[in-house]
Design a protein around this ligand. Sequence first.
Ligand code: PBG
Length: 328
Amino acid sequence: MLTYLQQRPRRLRWSRTLREMVRENHLQIKDLIYPLFVTEGKDIQNPVESMPNIYQFSPEHLLKEVERAYKLGISAIILFGIPKRKDPQASSAYDPDGAVQEAVRSLKKFFPDMLVITDVCLCQYTDHGHCGLVRNGEVLNDETLEVLSKVALSHAEAGADIVAPSDMMDGRVNALRSALDNRGFEHISILSYAVKYFSAFYGPFRHAAESAPGFGDRSSYQMDAGNVREAVKEALLDVREGADMLMVKPALSYLDVVRAIKENTEVPVAAYNVSGEYSMIKAAAERGWLEERSIVLEMLLSMKRAGADLIFTYHAPDVAGWLREEGM
Ligand code: PBG
């Protein structure tokens, strides 16, 4: 007996061509931002144990890795610096000859159209490992803003296109915007890590960046994982303070938050596919428990579907290679 069905959704799934034609969301190479660790010194290429295939590069090796990414079609990177010297004031964070500042200068010279984003934070540069200045065991807010402004200015002076504050101090977007504008950097944009959760998913990054806190944790400044309305509050505050783009971080366990930020703001939204998300997949793939390529593409597509315009991911070069193979 032939059943009459008015709707047969499977009709749109019979062929690959048709499926691709009606696909609602796409992952593209231009969506990807590749995070890189740059360390002070010469001839350094240290593998990060907790993140297979990720290295700490000294500036000249970084150039080679950026060239590889550039040739794959990646158009944006974000830099995290690893200094030789740490102190309570994070003074090496705004050293004009620091690893990030030096790397930015040479990157912009050799790859002028590669978009260079710099992470603005203090945790790699403070001897206690917190993202702000500390007094009597407390992370200070307003005093930290002055240091963050110096850091952002030193990055802008080196030639960074976009600064990305990740410290989670209140009012940092406003502080950075006025510092930049006062020095003639009104064209430099701010991509705010507006919605950054207190998360165990950052574990492997802290090995990579040598930035684990020496006492306590980051729960007095990073957001509580149970909150989504507060995420909207943080996002709207940052837009009001002048953020050009917003980030949600981590990504995978927070796709509902990406959606909420997309619906409640009018600026581009980025999702940060963080170190723990990367390493979980790498570890399972190494054991043959997961098929890396399919799972990474599916996961990043889910971030696009949730509303992300941009995705920060350590998988970027692999993904760019796969997307090229698929002709996307
Ligand atoms: C802090 C910073 C962190 C990450 C980016 N910026 C770590 C933290 O807050 O402890 C995490 C990125 C990742 O896990 O991939 N400046």
